[in-house]
Design a protein around this ligand. Structure first.
Ligand code: CP3
Length: 361
């Protein structure tokens, strides 16, 4: 029996094509001769073609909810750089929006939400028709599935409950989420109701993304680092465990990646979640520790500092090589430790893709 047949036998005939998708193959257990690469926030303001298209939508949410625009903007970095994965163009805050919370994105200021503080605020969230209100996202995925080159993996995503709840309670970012942490500490039953609601709805949302064509799902817990000790376990690790287990029950063929940014040694706890395929490492995670402690359990993604992609040159190349030399002989998907920033010169991205694709372990 050849490799393709063996793969078809273990994963089902519909998945034979997955052999040709390096990102999916790494997540399913097979290291690749050529390390695959995609970058968080690969579609965005650092690209002139993104800025041009962005002007066509009246606001950022409309941009996300217009399949013609979201499709095009997802494809832009694939065409320009030849990334191995496309991540759906949307935002983690479409979930609170679809639950009926007021969400807006102010130019140069980031997201603004009408903060949720009381039991009454929670009761006003509406889960009826929640998935239906996100229909344009699924339309974008269905069209992406048809248009992407066969080697490119299609990634869907959502925010993790803690990170989304933090925005919902705080009303904005950039504050260290003091109000959200205060509420979680002072009124844990209230906060748990919100987290439970987000767990449930996020499973529905991500399942619908899989049904529309997403092959991999990434959960962004970008503010996991703001929690410490038992708080991180309760509000980040446990909710994510429940989501991963629910998704693997519904869609065993789908690979799930978690990004518990800033969680330090607790990365080892996330690595133990049953059925988890991959962990996305922030730039502070020590590479040798990741190789010895995390790599035996899950595929790793990361973790070049986005600031090095801005400055480029020898420091960028040296650090990228260090990542490849330490993790590239295992199951590695090259990425950044956090999203690309708008100041990034696109030429540095081209150089990085060439370096990663040219490396052989
Ligand atoms: O990665 C991609 O290319 C896919 C699209 C994507 C966006 N946001 C588009 C976006 C993804 C995966 C996200 C996730 C997201 N959104 C996270 C988790 C990842 C991370 O970066 O930590 C978070 C915390 C958000 C919330 C959010 N959305 C913030 C804080 C901001 C403002 C900050 C900023 O970068 O402007 C956004 C807006 C946003 N989301 C933009 C983009 C391209 C910029 C908006 C614009 O074009 O005007």
């Amino acid at each position: 029996m050849g490799t393709v047949e063996r793969f078809a036998k273990s994963h089902g005939p519909a998945d034979v094509n997955a052999m040709a998708k390096p990102v999916l193959a790494v997540l399913r257990g097979r290291r690749q001769e050529q390390v695959p690469i995609w970058l968080m926030r690969q579609a965005g303001r650092y690209l002139p073609e993104y800025r041009a298209l962005r002007r066509e939508a009246k606001n950022f949410l409309d941009f996300c909810f217009t399949p013609d625009l979201a499709l095009e903007v997802t494809l832009q970095p694939i065409r320009r750089f030849g990334f191995d994965a496309a991540i759906l163009f949307s935002d983690i805050l479409v979930v609170p929006h679809a639950l009926g919370q007021k969400v807006s994105f102010e130019e140069g200021e980031g997201p603004r939400l009408e903060p949720l503080r009381s039991a009454g605020d929670l009761a006003r969230l509406s889960t009826d028709g929640f998935v239906g209100r996100l229909a344009p996202v699924f339309e974008t995925l269905r069209r992406l599935k048809r248009e992407l080159p066969p080697s490119v993996t299609l990634i869907g995503f959502a925010g993790a409950p803690w990170t989304v709840a933090a925005y919902m309670v705080e009303g904005r970012g950039g504050t260290g989420f003091a109000a959200a942490k205060a509420v979680a500490g002072a009124n844990p039953a209230w906060f748990a109701t919100l987290i439970d609601l987000l767990i449930e709805q996020t499973v529905l949302y991500l399942s619908a993304q899989v049904e529309a064509g997403a092959q991999v799902l990434q959960l962004f817990d970008s503010w996991a680092g703001d929690l410490t000790g038992p708080q991180r376990r309760i509000w980040s690790l446990e909710p994510l465990t429940r989501i991963v287990m629910a998704l693997k029950t519904r869609h065993p063929e789908t690979s799930v990646i978690l990004f518990p940014r800033g969680s330090g040694e607790d990365y080892a706890e996330y690595a133990k979640i049953p059925g988890l395929a991959g962990l996305s490492l922030d730039s502070a995670v020590p590479l040798d520790w990741a190789a010895s402690t995390l790599a035996p359990r899950v595929a790793l993604q990361g973790n070049l500092d986005p600031a090095l992609l801005v400055s480029g040159g020898e420091p960028m190349r040296e650090t990228a090589m260090k990542i490849l030399e330490t993790l590239g002989r295992g199951r590695l998907i090259f990425n950044l430790g956090h999203g690309i920033v708008p100041e990034t010169p696109p030429e540095h991205v081209s150089e990085l893709v060439e370096l990663v694709h040219g490396w052989r372990g």
